[in-house]
Design a protein around this ligand. Sequence first.
Ligand SMILES: [Zn+2]
Ligand SMILES: [Zn+2]
Length: 298
Amino acid sequence: MPYLLNHILRIMEVSVFNRRFEQPMVLISFDVESPVDSYDNDFTKAKIAGVKNRIGLKKLIDLSERYETPFTLFCTGHALLKECKGHNLHVNIYKKNPKYGFHVGNYSWHYLDPASDYTQYPEFYYGDLIERFKKSNIGHEIASHSFSHIPYALVDDNTVYKDLSRSFEVFETFLSEKPFSFSFPYNLADKYHILSKFGIKICRIGHEVTNPITLRGGILAIRTHITDFALNDSLNSWIKIIDKIKKRKYLLNWYLHPASLYDEQKFNVFWQIISYLKRQEINMLTFRELYNILKQEL
Ligand SMILES: [Zn+2]
Ligand SMILES: [Zn+2]
């Protein structure tokens, strides 16, 4: 048995999935950010990443329409735009984070922002595609992944406050709604008191806590189980996990990036996983829907 599969099946026996629900549930979300939502300055690399994002998003639209499966799309405000006049943000990182390569100092964000639109630079603006998700009648949830994809845990409160305000502005202007759910850039969870001021109700966090669901600053925090295809991309492994989730009535929180669906083989496995979940009649829901199920307990 592959190591990772073995590992996750073992974890499922102990702490991670230690909670049972009335029905098995699978929460699949995508983090959607533009490659320019970064301090990176490698244009070619960003362009390739952006092309992959766009192709992945288009494949996801086709699949969700075929199976009528709702996903939560955590989007940066910038990725939601169809055009912009250029962004340039000076970010002061005051806490280092070697895992993601952050040192203390000033960063120039949106360095590669082309100040253009999705017809000229389709790889950097996804507003047209997100609109298609939103207009489908499948019930996708468009949620916030910040505006600029800055690491909330490593900057001061004021920077987070401004960034979240901009994310909310974009949501209200282009989607006529306020974001309900949130995922942290780099999965670095912090600043719950600010999220709660903005009315965020539920968020996705990393793998670091013991309980699958905790309440932080009044916000439901749902722990991640699997990122992208970290498990591996063999369908058999996924079927074993899904069968266990169904039998034990667990919640599985799996998140991916659209670019992971660019690869044909991975997309094919993803397609078959969704098809299997459908056949097994497992409830696939969005973060907002999960909140509505859990809120009675708050
Ligand atoms: Zn911009
Ligand atoms: Zn992200």
